[in-house]
Unconditional design. Structure first.
Length: 144
């Protein structure tokens, strides 16, 4: 399957495509309040979108937490494109970005139902579980 991953900031088409995926997955599918999903950090994040035949199907955003730490946020793949390895491809793109920019670890907060997926991609649970948007999450990290 041919795919392309692009990244961009708040002012790009990549951001608009990321929002459409996040809306479908988080707001409509998981019933997360739009006020929680679209937050005050939108303008200061880096967005990654995975395209198949120019259709945006997966996304995540990155926060630079320090000179050495990146944090993955808002990762989502449209329902009909799940279980095809696309989320793993997004994570590989983040790892490439991290190495290129001299980051040494990637952090994220995983919803409980995808912890196993992140473990398969080299992450490990790094703290106690917590609730966010009424969903159980676990902090996870991967050293690169």
């Amino acid at each position: 399957m041919h795919f392309e991953v692009k990244n961009g900031d708040f002012s790009t088409k990549v951001y608009k495509d990321a929002l459409s995926i996040r809306s479908a997955v988080f707001i409509h599918e998981q019933n997360i309040d739009p006020q929680l999903e679209i937050d005050e950090f939108e303008k200061v994040r880096i967005y990654f979108v995975l395209y198949i035949q120019k259709k945006p199907v997966g996304t995540l955003r990155l926060a630079e937490k320090s000179n050495s730490v990146l944090k993955v946020e808002r990762m989502a793949v449209l329902k009909e494109f799940r279980h095809l390895g696309l989320a793993s491809q997004l994570l590989r793109a983040v790892e490439d970005y991290a190495r290129l920019h001299s980051f040494t670890s990637i952090h994220l907060n995983a919803q409980h139902q995808v912890v196993k997926f992140y473990k398969k991609n080299g992450f490990h649970v790094s703290g106690d579980s917590f609730m966010e948007a009424e969903i159980l999450h676990y902090p996870m990290v991967k050293e690169i």
